[in-house]
Design a protein around this ligand. Structure first.
Ligand SMILES: [Zn+2]
Length: 310
């Protein structure tokens, strides 16, 4: 029995059109599934020093869907987190007075299982030691948006101050570079496990199967009326699907925010005093600023075609 199922946006538009014209719509659902038990693990690494009662945490999911190769979703985020962890360890490990914890989540694609397991396994006291959780899931979509989690608009009002601080940090970072950002509310990734258990969060997200609209095409280039990631959860989510420019831009942004966090004195207080001014829309910036090259339409076409053929 299915109580609900999800359609792609294009099919959804088709179906709502039929329904609007009073047509009866019949669905035939063909499903195959594997019923098995697996033991799988999150990977968690943290600094051996740093104040254990004040933890800065960052994570990305490491798993992918069976249909896809998983390079943008989420090789992009998990490799960025790995790179940051390595550089942090080599160059800055003694610089942070806070404990820094990196996570690579398992089983995100089957319902945020790894992250929920981790967060709900912690005692309320341990959870309260995590000052902020930063999530990076899909940060190199070929036809990207620059979307920032709207932590300042968290459903739980207690999370808004800290969520607002990191949101503002990211918005300011991109603003200085001249890039427009969009605030998004989403529970589609591992940060939801934190958000729903009292831990404030932030992060960057370049987009899935949802279509880029014409306003965003003006802001960020690329294709309008085309998915941010035409290979989302598909076989063609290979290395060629990773927009290297977006990956570099967003990894630098994420690294900058991590550094700002560990360099902030009295971080707990700063986060809890965060302004509750909420950006729920675009933060538009100097339109003359150069965007990092978005891929040529022909390149995106090639990826989409390779997807159709596989
Ligand atoms: Zn993902």
């Amino acid at each position: 029995m299915f109580s609900s199922f999800i359609l792609s946006q294009s099919k959804g538009i088709l179906v709502t059109g039929w329904l609007a014209s009073q047509q009866t719509v019949q669905f035939r659902l063909e499903c195959s599934f594997i019923d098995t038990n697996l033991t799988i693990s999150n990977i968690i690494a943290e600094t051996p020093w740093g104040d254990p009662t004040n933890v800065i945490m960052q994570g990305s999911h490491l798993d992918g869907v069976p249909a896809g190769l998983g390079m943008n979703d989420n090789g992009s985020g998990s490799s960025a987190t790995l790179e940051m962890a390595l550089i942090f360890w080599r160059k800055y490990r003694k610089d942070s007075i806070y404990k820094i914890r990196f996570a690579w989540w398992t089983a995100e694609e089957v319902g945020l299982v790894g992250a929920y397991y981790y967060v709900t396994s912690l005692s309320p006291e341990e959870r309260s030691k995590i000052l902020i959780y930063m999530n990076y899931d899909m940060i190199a979509s070929p036809n990207y948006q620059i979307a920032i989690y709207n932590g300042s608009g968290s459903t739980d009002p207690n999370l808004r101050p800290a969520g607002g601080v990191v949101q503002k940090m990211l918005e300011t970072y991109f603003q200085k570079k001249g890039y427009t950002t969009k605030a998004i509310t989403s529970e589609r990734s591992d940060h939801a496990a934190f958000a729903n258990n009292g831990v404030p969060y932030g992060g960057i997200f370049t987009g899935t199967e949802v279509l880029k609209d014409s306003t965003e095409q003006i802001l960020w280039g690329g294709y309008s009326n085309a998915p941010y990631d035409p290979c989302y959860h598909s076989y063609c989510d290979s290395l060629t699907n990773v927009n290297q420019n977006a990956l570099l831009m967003n990894t630098k942004a994420a690294a900058d925010i991590l550094q700002q966090l560990w360099e902030t004195k009295n971080l707990r207080q700063v986060l809890s005093n965060g302004a509750q001014t909420v950006n729920t829309e675009y933060v538009k910036n100097n339109p003359k600023a150069a965007m990092p090259d978005i891929w040529a339409p022909s390149h995106i076409d090639n990826i989409m075609n390779s997807c159709k053929h596989s």
